[in-house]
Ligand binder design. Structure first.
Ligand code: PLP
Length: 380
């Protein structure tokens, strides 16, 4: 009798993706080395053009990271000391970190417990009640757009711009409009685990406003439009040519990878969606016309025990995010008490991201789903 091989299904397998496109990538990398132009350059300009088109915007400006994209976006909108920026506490740290780093104060509003994204009604109330809010920053978490129309309308009424944190959502659509194309500015991240991930750090800002695009291009090179002449103090946040060359190769495959992620998500829904388990599958609101599944996140009873069980069976998973931002030590000074944002706090205790990457096979998904069933069967 043979013992079955132990399986290992990581949360994400970037090596599998790399193997599938290695010759194309190496050719692009070699081209950059041959040129010996490493900062900005033609590959960055070309990527900006391709991504503006992909996101449905007039302009795109590459920069050093998704965090920098958020920082530069706020700088371009003149948000700074004395200002407040409305965002959610259930997101990656960078969203609020960027607000703090421009000298402004993050003001949190809770998420919708079903979609995990900004609750538009609560956001609208905050905007009506707080005139110090100078921008709104919804996050398209896990690859699904926030409910943008009511958020955009509330921002319009308050006379403040919307900056989309689309770091996890390249190509996602809200009623047919792409993430990053709805607000004044949209921010993407090319962190390697993103759906379009680089070989290091990278980010980009999308916009339809030519003036903002120009300002961003200056801000990323120390506020200079003409070399060695500085109209304002910016920073050094340029996208490398190598990153741009790698990203341009990967962009050609992005839609195919997204389709595979979506197929894996559908298979999970088929295998786990019979209502017999104490879990909640990701929501599919009508407005989210294209969910790009950067993460497939369930809400699970006994989440931490489930995670351990899956790990013992070789299945990787992750908690995005275990501590909401209003409860982070560095934001204690903002004065939010425990219980301020019940939906975010509950989500942080219950969410679990499962493997959903493109190279995952149907068999792998079935194994993960079967493991979840086995856990609850044993847990009673
Ligand atoms: C929602 C969100 N915002 C911002 C960022 C920051 O991006 P980066 O890691 O490229 O700085 C990330 C990703 O890490 C993110 O997931």
């Amino acid at each position: 009798m043979t013992t079955p091989l132990p399986r290992r299904i990581p949360l994400l397998d970037l090596k599998a993706q790399y193997q599938s496109i290695k010759p194309e990538l190496m050719e692009a990398v070699e081209r950059v080395f041959d040129s010996q132009q490493f900062i900005l350059g033609p590959d960055v300009a070309q990527l900006e053009k391709e991504l503006a088109e992909y996101c449905g915007t007039g302009f795109a400006v590459g920069c050093g990271s998704g965090t920098d994209a958020l920082y530069l976006a706020l700088r371009a909108l003149d948000v700074g000391p004395g200002d407040e920026v409305l965002t959610v506490p259930f997101t990656f740290f960078a969203t609020a970190g960027a607000i703090t780093n421009v000298g402004a104060r993050p003001v949190f509003t809770d998420i919708d417990p079903v979609t995990f994204n900004m609750d538009p009604e609560q956001a609208a109330r905050a905007l009506r009640e707080n005139p110090r809010i100078k921008a709104v920053m919804p996050v398209h978490l896990y690859g699904e757009c926030a409910d943008m129309d009511p958020i955009l309308e509330a921002a319009r009424q308050a006379g403040v711009p919307v900056v989309e944190d689309a770091a996890q959502a390249i190509g996602a659509e809200y009623r047919g409009r792409r993430a990053g194309s709805m607000g004044a500015l949209g921010c993407l991240s090319f962190f390697p685990t993103k759906n379009l991930g680089g070989a290091g750090e990278g980010g980009l800002i999308t916009t339809n406003d030519a003036g903002l695009a120009e300002r961003l291009k200056a801000l990323r090179v120390h506020g200079s439009k003409v070399r060695y002449y500085h109209d304002e103090v910016g920073t050094n946040s340029r996208l490398d040519s190598l990153q741009a060359a790698v990203l341009r190769v990967k962009l050609r495959h992005l839609d195919e990878w997204t389709r595979k992620r979506q197929a894996n998500a559908e298979l999970y829904a088929q295998l786990l969606g019979d209502g017999g388990l104490p879990i909640q599958l990701p929501a599919a609101p009508d407005y989210a016309t294209r969910h790009v599944r950067n993460q497939f996140v369930i809400r699970a009873a006994k989440r931490d025990a489930l995670r351990e069980f899956l790990s013992a069976r070789g299945v990787g998973s992750e908690v995005y995010y275990p501590l909401p931002l209003h409860a982070q030590k560095c934001f204690a000074g903002l004065g939010y008490a425990a219980g301020s944002f019940p939906a975010s706090e509950a989500a942080s205790l219950e969410v679990l991201a499962l493997p959903v990457y493109a190279e995952l096979t149907g068999d792998d998904v079935a194994y993960v789903a079967g493991s979840i069933r086995a856990f609850y069967a044993a847990a009673g």
